[in-house]
Write a protein that binds this ligand. Structure first.
Ligand SMILES: Cc1cc2nc3c(=O)[nH]c(=O)nc-3n(C[C@H](O)[C@H](O)[C@H](O)COP(=O)(O)OP(=O)(O)OC[C@H]3O[C@@H](n4cnc5c(N)ncnc54)[C@H](O)[C@@H]3O)c2cc1C
Length: 396
């Protein structure tokens, strides 16, 4: 099969690896618009299920990923000057550098005979008239998808809050949340380590807070300096690093949740963020993109007819994706409605932070949800490992 993959992100690269593993005679080329070694984003989280899956399908790349990953098994939540709460053994996860992940996949794909062309932007699938299959792994703003948005039934919901994805030299030993109150409202971040000497920090706030703090007119250096001041307690003097835009401003964005009614058109198939996005606060986009790969490769080798295979991929994978997308929407909404939770007693607020993916919570008074959860024992995350350790800085 002659395959063209548009985009050199985790989805396309891993697809090329698995295809070659199943059948080395496939002729596969990946086209990436950026130069080799350049990548947006800093570190990505993943959980053990992903590692077991990767290990099962391509142990070579899984070993390389595991060697450069770091793990955490506790969280810390800093609630401004009200409380700092540590949750031991709350949530075991791993972090890995996005750039390192892409390097591992690139190296592995090349070793299996995949051609990878960097600095090649694709604008139209008709550039590849002789391809049997064209994989649109070109991310959230997929050009191949947008060219046929009506066919795909693309819907894009733009989140209300502003966010920016940053790096820092501060090494967080635990998954760290920090909520800071300002005269213009709350601003918060979460940080996690992704290698020996770096962590990622994602900062978020409402649009009113963002404007009130002057981020809309600040250049990147001033934006970073202000965020370093706002999160000085957790950064311990370390600086934040951003990704400057052409106009010199910081890379603040509104998250875009993408859904598609159809996932293929003729021989063009959507994969990863081009097909669906899930809010970053659930840390699952890369994992889901790699899950798409497994479904697509399986469908392509299970049905000799391309249309049948793509229809099966669309049907089966779309139905699996619905639940995590719904959870991610509730998580995003939890943050958009932060005033609903932030003034609760700290242990309640933090328990509900852990429950932010819940559909029921969005429609139930928070105190009642908490109470029912306590009675039924459903609020398990904070009970595991003996529950939270309190280090209150002031009264509850
Ligand atoms: C703030 C933030 C934090 C996140 N944290 C996590 C996390 O902790 N864990 C997690 O699992 N996920 C996380 N994600 C989600 C994750 O980054 C994405 O889901 C994942 O990168 C999707 O992979 P992809 O290959 O589909 O797309 P991408 O990684 O976006 O790759 C697409 C590639 O296509 C290239 N491209 C685009 N257009 C063209 C074109 N026309 N021609 C050629 N090349 C093109 C791009 O340059 C890019 O390299 C986060 C996302 C955000 C925004």
């Amino acid at each position: 099969m002659k395959v063209v993959c548009v985009g050199g992100g985790p989805a396309s690269l891993y697809f090329s690896i698995l295809m070659k593993r199943v059948d080395p005679s496939h002729d596969i080329t990946v086209y990436e618009r950026n130069p080799a070694g350049s990548s947006y984003g800093w570190g990505v989280t993943y959980w053990d299920e992903l590692f077991h899956f990767l290990h099962g399908v391509d142990p070579e790349s899984a070993r390389a990923i595991s060697e450069c990953s770091v793990r955490w098994d506790s969280w810390i939540v800093h609630l401004h000057d009200r409380a700092t709460i540590t949750v031991e053994h709350g949530d075991e996860g791993s972090g890995v550098s996005r750039r390192r992940l892409l390097d591992i996949f690139t190296e592995r794909a090349r070793a299996l005979g995949v051609r990878i062309e960097f600095e090649r932007e694709v604008t139209d699938e008709r550039e590849f008239p002789d391809a049997d299959l064209i994989v649109a792994g070109d991310g959230v703003n997929s050009v191949l998808r947008e060219r046929h948005a009506a066919h795909f039934g693309t819907e894009i919901a733009v989140g209300r809050n502003k966010y920016v994805w940053l790096g820092t030299t501060k090494v967080f030993d635990s998954f760290t949340f920090a909520f800071t109150e300002t005269p213009h409202g709350w601003i918060w971040c979460y940080g996690y380590r992704y290698d020996q000497d770096r962590s990622t920090v994602v900062v978020e706030c409402s649009p009113d807070t963002w404007r009130g703090l002057g981020f809309h007119e600040a250049n990147e250096a001033d934006s970073l300096a202000l965020m370093e001041k706002l999160f000085a307690d957790i950064l311990d003097g370390h600086s934040l690093m951003g990704r400057t835009q052409i106009d010199g401003s910081a890379h603040w964005l509104n998250f875009r949740t993408v859904t598609n009614r159809r996932w293929y058109r003729d021989n063009v198939v959507l994969l990863g963020d081009a097909a669906h996005t899930t809010h970053y606060s659930v840390g699952a986009g890369t994992t889901l993109a790699l899950g798409d790969v497994a479904f697509l490769v399986d469908a392509l080798h299970g049905d000799p007819r391309l249309a049948g295979a793509l229809a099966r991929y669309e049907r089966e994978r779309r139905s699996v994706i619905r639940a995590p997308q719904r959870a991610a929407r509730y998580s995003a909404r939890w943050y958009e409605n932060l005033p609903r939770y932030i003034d609760l007693p700290p242990h309640q607020m933090i328990t509900l932070l852990d429950q932010r993916n819940s559909r029921v919570l969005a429609y139930t008074p928070p105190w009642l949800y908490y109470r029912i959860g306590q009675i039924t024992g459903r609020l398990s995350a904070l009970r595991s490992g003996g529950g939270p350790t309190w280090q209150s800085r002031s009264s509850e």
